[in-house]
Design a protein around this ligand. Structure first.
Ligand SMILES: Cc1ncc(C[n+]2csc(CCOP(=O)(O)OP(=O)(O)O)c2C)c(N)n1
Ligand SMILES: [Mg+2]
Length: 422
């Protein structure tokens, strides 16, 4: 399904999308300067030309929702509320950075406040992780949606398929954004996927998908918003393919001379910020004075954030000795934020009824033969009929629950009840 551009945002929302795309680009431009000055430790990746995707998708989430960004999703970090100084310091391995200089690029998260799971470099691995966060949230009655991003290249990893299948069978409230920027390092998408539309990968798992122009921020936002709402309502995971182009090389070291000139020219003429500025001017949402005010706001903000980052010290040398292996509470405390009483969700009482139930994905029998609030192969007959035959009636009735059903059947939980939805 391809989305159009309905005019249904408020003036402030239109302006927010513009501001965050500009901020995304300005933060990355600043980091290119820092890189050239040898102040960035390690590689530097760019989302030039892809800002509409990170910004438009993350802007569709609510504060309580969870994201796990990848290397080209600085825009999503900014929309979630990460200050530019943290991004600068993280790339510069400074002592005041979120990881205190122990890790680089965007390898940091914020589990307590902003609900950001740190990126995992192994492409695709965030899909099962964010599926887990989604079903964990559902179990705890949080009504959250989780989101992560994957590239065209990453969509060919095994874990992409395992993860999406897992998300689909669990009806996880999870939205996956597939940024098809036509290149994976120097490999063109045509050479690594025999599909015109990568959204078609969703068909293998019986889930919904959308295709959207990744350079049109309003279309991206509207599509993501619809997907997020559907996932939150219990419809299961949704895949969105955003079609775009990687304007720079894989990272700063890569001049990307393998990209045909005509292809580059075609996409440079479709810059998402320039296109959006035209739209905002036509719709009389942003005039020259408004644009100048945003220019100045960004200049002031980034000068201050950069100064703070540059003045932050490097970690003391002896700091390198610690934290290699977690030593428990003196390293970092891991505390679950239970929204249900701990006793209720841990053994021996953990088979208590789920807060929500997803229609068609409800209770089954646990190993003890009693009703448990989760299915592990103990699915209701009507569900099996639908799934096994693409909605047509099944010829064979599904097997009843067996005694060998795993013990875990009692522990985890199923989905969302209408009661808990907001
Ligand atoms: C499982 C795995 N294989 C290989 C790599 C090395 N690697 C990092 S980025 C990349 C290319 C990714 O291309 P794509 O998924 O299209 O994302 P893009 O860089 O275009 O945003 C590769 C091969 C990795 N990180 N993880
Ligand atoms: Mg790619």
């Amino acid at each position: 399904m391809t989305k159009q551009m309905p005019k249904e945002l408020t003036r402030q929302q239109y302006l927010d999308l513009y501001y965050y795309m500009r901020l995304n680009r300005a933060v990355e431009d600043t980091m290119v300067k820092l890189f050239r000055q040898n102040k960035i430790v390690g590689g530097l990746y760019s989302s030039l030309g892809q800002e509409a995707i990170s910004v438009g998708t993350c802007y569709a989430l609510e504060k309580k929702d969870w994201i796990a960004p990848m290397i080209r999703n600085i825009g999503a970090l900014l929309v979630k509320g990460v200050p530019p100084r943290d991004i600068f310091m993280q790339h510069m391995a400074k002592y005041d950075s979120p990881t205190k200089g122990r890790d680089g690029t965007s390898h940091f998260g914020d589990l307590d406040n902003l609900h950001i799971v740190s990126p995992i470099s192994m492409l695709g691995d965030l899909i099962p992780v964010m599926t887990g966060v989604a079903i964990g949230g559902r179990y705890l009655g949080q009504n959250i949606v989780t989101m992560t991003w994957i590239g065209d290249g990453g969509s060919s990893t095994g874990v992409f398929h395992e993860g999406l299948n897992f998300a689909a069978t669990q009806k996880a409230p999870f939205v996956l954004i597939l940024e098809n920027n036509l290149w994976a390092y120097s490999t063109p998408v045509r050479r690594q996927v025999p599909l015109e539309n990568l959204a078609d990968r969703a068909k293998a798992y019986g889930i919904e998908s959308y295709i959207v122009d990744g350079n049109n921020v309003v279309a991206v936002y509207n599509t993501a918003r619809e997907a997020v709402e559907r996932a939150r309502a219990g419809e299961g995971p949704i895949l969105i393919e955003a079609k775009t182009f990687r304007r720079l090389g894989h990272a700063q070291h890569d001049p990307a001379e393998y990209v045909p000139k005509e292809m580059r020219a075609h996409w440079e003429a479709r810059d998402p910020i320039a296109l959006y500025e035209k739209f905002l001017a036509t719709e009389k949402i942003l005039d020259a004075a408004g644009k100048k005010a945003i220019d100045e706001k960004l200049d002031t903000l980034l000068a201050a954030e950069r100064e703070f980052a540059e003045n932050s010290p490097m970690p003391p040398p002896e700091f390198a000795e610690g934290g290699v292996y977690c030593t428990g509470d003196d390293c970092h405390k891991i505390r679950a934020k239970w929204e249900r009483p701990v006793a209720e969700v841990t053994p021996p009482k953990s088979s208590v009824k789920a807060v929500w139930t997803v229609p068609g994905f409800g209770s089954g029998k646990g190993s003890a033969g009693v009703e448990a609030p989760i299915h592990f192969g103990d699915t209701q007959p009507v569900v099996m009929e639908k799934r096994a035959n693409n909605g047509r009636p099944a010829k064979v009735a599904p097997k009843p629950a067996t005694k060998s059903a795993p013990k875990k059947a009692k522990v985890a939980a199923a989905g969302a009840s209408r009661k808990a939805r907001r």
